[in-house]
Structure formats: structure tokens, C-alpha cells
Design a protein around this ligand. Structure first.
Ligand code: TXA
Ligand code: MG
Length: 327
């Protein structure tokens, strides 16, 4: 791939972003979850450039971003009433809904699937780019495949400099982890990836929702089988501060990240406060990993295994701490 100059800009660069998108180029957009590497979802050649820039496996489908529920008909067919109920309640927001794909959506976008994931992001720069371009935008997280998702433009730049022409900088992402992916093509709505919109919130809107907690989902959501959210250094999860300290002392140059109570009882030199609420912890998590993965050899993260309200974050922690022999 030829090296190109990567620009970073804000609202003043939207028109340029729109021009590039119409020319079939890839542009980074901020969203409330993580930054996205966007291209015209209906243009197979443009979408291929996303896979190339990320080094993403071809069998991992992309999420298509639209600006409001009325546009869903451009990319999906047989849309059930439940999808509109969900959009009414949670959009714009961190929810991706999997529906039957429209014939005009190329198979590169959906990685050969007959379904398509659709999301309305809660970020004005992103929404304005989609509105002005009048295009549905396919966008995976804007990191090199397998690496930690970027929650600030500087992290995108680290991974994408020289590969894409433009990054729209919308500041730090407010949610901080990727959207909940909900499959509505199954008999019972099924959560394929946990996120800030929880099972309880979805069931309150729809009735029964299935959450396989990442098990069966490996087959259902192709992306889940790949290594994800992996920092450059080794990572471990620790259930107690004693366990964290033991791991910390076992290695040289380690760091502990956790909530305050955990840190207070963990007698080590290098420690960083993750946050106190699920929202705060989700918002800070990827940033802290990105800021420290090249400084420390080992990062030890508090485990939230038995706290259901931290399910989405724990899913990311499990991925970061997975042993390398698993894919
Ligand atoms: O918050 C987000 O969702 C971010 C921002 C940029 O919108 N995007 C994101 O994209 O996380 P990505 O490509 O990193 O993750 C997409 C996930 C993958 O696990 C993929 O397998 C799943 O969504 N997915 C996409 N389309 C699907 C489909 N048709 N059926 C099942 N799973 C799908
Ligand atoms: Mg990703």
C-alpha cells in the first residue's frame, strides 16, 4: 500500500470527509463508543480498503452506520417492528441491530452473510458526515485488527498514520467500549456482543432476550472468534488485590489497574485508577491500556467476573487476558 499523508481535523473537515467518502476513500469518524474506520457501505471497492487498512480477516462483517431509523430500508429488508421500537428507545446510541440485508449491500460489507449490522451512532460529527454524504457508512473500530479499540484520535493516528487520508477528531469517546450487537433475525432476539445497552434494558423494551455470554456467539458473530482488544504487553485479570500483588511481584515492570478499594489494599508502586462506576470504568479502560501498553511489560486488571453490571467490560477484559494459543 502506498503511504499517504494522514490529516486530522474537526468540524471544518466534514466537507472534505464527505468528498473523500464519495470518491470511495476511507475516513475515520468519531462515535460515542470508539472511533470508526468508515467507507461507503454500498461500494465494495471502498469497503475492501477498510479491510486492507486494518488488516482485518475477510470473514468478519462490518457494522453499517446510518443517521436515523428511516434510512434502515436502504440497507435492510423485512425489518421487524421490534427494530423500530429499539431505535425509538435507544437511538442514537451504542446499539447495533442485525437484520436481513438489502440486496444492494455488497457481500464484502457483510463478509458473505445474508444479514447486516446497523447502528445509529450518538456523535454529532459522525451523524453530520452521514447526513451530508447521504451514504450508509460501513465502519469497524479504527484500530489495526486485534489491537485495542481507539477512544481518541491520537490512538487512531498511531495505528492508521500513512494508511488513510483523514481522521475526524471528536475528542474522547463518551462510552468507551463498542456497541451492544443484537441479532433480530433469530426467533428470540440474541445478544452477540455485550455493550453499554444491557440485557435488562433490551428485555424491558422487547420481552425475552437471549444472551449467550460469548459462548455460542463465537459461531453466530464471526468477529467474536478472533483475538481482540489485545494490548502490546501481557495482561492478567486478578480477582483480589492479593492476587494482583502476587502477579505484580512475579514480574518486573508491572502495572495494576482497578477501582479505588482494590487499589487501596494493593501495596504496589505502579497503579492507576480505572473508575468507580461501570460507565466510568468502560470510558477509561481502552485509553488506559493504550497509554500504558508500551510502558509496562505486564498489566494486571481487576476482574469483574461476579458483577453483572460490569458484564460488557468483563467481556473485553477476558479478551485482553486470553492466552495467545486461543484464536
Ligand atoms: O461501537 C461499535 O460497534 C464500533 C463503532 C465504530 O460503531 N464498531 C465496531 O465494529 O465495534 P467492529 O467491526 O470492530 O465490530 C463489529 C462486530 C463484530 O464482532 C462482528 O462480527 C459483528 O459486529 N457483526 C457485524 N455484522 C454482523 C452480522 N451481520 N452478523 C453478526 N455479527 C455481526
Ligand atoms: Mg473492533
Amino acid at each position: 500500500m502506498d503511504k499517504i499523508e494522514t490529516q486530522i481535523g474537526g468540524i471544518e473537515k466534514i466537507d472534505e470527509a464527505v468528498r473523500l467518502l464519495h470518491e470511495g476513500e476511507v475516513v475515520v469518524i468519531p462515535t460515542e463508543t470508539v472511533y470508526g474506520l468508515a467507507a461507503n457501505a454500498l461500494n465494495a471497492k471502498a469497503v475492501k480498503k477498510i479491510f486492507l487498512a486494518k488488516g482485518r480477516p475477510q470473514d468478519n462483517p462490518l457494522i453499517v452506520h446510518i443517521e436515523d431509523a428511516n434510512k434502515a430500508k436502504m440497507v435492510a429488508v423485512d425489518i421487524p417492528e421490534s427494530a423500530y421500537l429499539l431505535w425509538e428507545e435507544f437511538s442514537p446510541g451504542p446499539l447495533t441491530i442485525v437484520l436481513k440485508k438489502h440486496p444492494l449491500v455488497p457481500y464484502v460489507t457483510t463478509a458473505g452473510l445474508e444479514t447486516v449490522g446497523i447502528r445509529i451512532p450518538n456523535n454529532e460529527l459522525a451523524l453530520e458526515t452521514i447526513r451530508r454524504s447521504n451514504l450508509p457508512l460501513a465502519a469497524p473500530s479504527a484500530n489495526i485488527s486485534g489491537r485495542v479499540s481507539p477512544t481518541e484520535a491520537r490512538f487512531v493516528y498511531d495505528d492508521m498514520n500513512g494508511k488513510i487520508p483523514l481522521i475526524l477528531d471528536g475528542g474522547p469517546c463518551k462510552v468507551g467500549i463498542e456497541s451492544t450487537v443484537l441479532d433480530l433475525t433469530k426467533e428470540t432476539p440474541t445478544i452477540l456482543r455485550p455493550g453499554a445497552i444491557t440485557e435488562d434494558m433490551l428485555s424491558a423494551c422487547l420481552g425475552k432476550v437471549v444472551n449467550h455470554k460469548g459462548k455460542v456467539v463465537r459461531a453466530a458473530s464471526p468477529g467474536m472468534k478472533y483475538a481482540h482488544y489485545k494490548p502490546m504487553c501481557a495482561c492478567f485479570a486478578a480477582k483480589t488485590s492479593d492476587e494482583a500483588k502476587e502477579l505484580y511481584n512475579h514480574f518486573t515492570n508491572s502495572l495494576v489497574i482497578a477501582r479505588q478499594d482494590f487499589l487501596d489494599t494493593c501495596d504496589v508502586d505502579n497503579k492507576i485508577h480505572l473508575g468507580e462506576t461501570p460507565e466510568e470504568c468502560m470510558r477509561n479502560y481502552f485509553r488506559i491500556l493504550r497509554e500504558n501498553e508500551n510502558i509496562y511489560d505486564v498489566i494486571i486488571i481487576e476482574s469483574f467476573e461476579n458483577e453483572p453490571q460490569y458484564l460488557a467490560l468483563q467481556n473485553r477484559i477476558a479478551k485482553a487476558t486470553e492466552k495467545p494459543d486461543k484464536i
